[in-house]
Design a protein around this ligand. Sequence first.
Ligand code: URA
Length: 236
Amino acid sequence: MGLNNLRLDKYISNASDYSRTQVKRLIKEGLVTVDGKMVSNPATPISESEVVHLENTPIAMPGARYFMLNKPGGVVSATKDSDHPTAIDLIDEPRPEQLQIAGRLDIDATGLLLITDDGQWNHQITSPRSDCRKTYKVGLSEPLDLVLIRKFHEGIWLEGEKRRCLPADLEVLDDYTAMLIISEGKYHQVKRMFAAVGNHVHSLQRLTIGEIALDPDLAPGSYRPLTRPEIESIRH
Ligand code: URA
């Protein structure tokens, strides 16, 4: 999208109902932050990765695109890969090089993958501070013990980590299947959580990210644009 030269005042007026003059005044009044710092110069250049807030509300990047993909197994959550098809290869849209993945899935994991060219929106989902809840349907090799519900709620210690995971909600569906809700996104988190209690994940499907749920009409490998309420649900 080549936003590197977009001035802060133009960026906000493109993305809101305010005129350039009104935006300049709001900036002078100290109501605008970029990456958490108040900015008083309306000509400040804004890049895609920076997060702009007006009166504590994040401002969407003008003209950005947002998709959900039902990721099949065998596809990597990356923009480029020499050995495997990538999630971006499945998105038949102009300017694919501008698309980014908002929260990766392992190559063997399936389900909800969000793809956008809005770096700020991506950041809202993936920042460690975002507290964005994700639901996974997990298939396990060993029978599930109900005591895990309490253990997961107390926070699992993952190998090599300095602190426990945040509390996670585990719902046991049958002996070998569970729903797990976590609000972090550590590397291989779900697989490592079950490994830490002596089990093994053999299938992993992501069903939700925040309020956005995998569309049951999307066949594996297909995608659709997000609706306005889905996009906005991430901002609050
Ligand atoms: N946890 C995992 O172990 N893998 C994923 O792809 C997502 C969460």
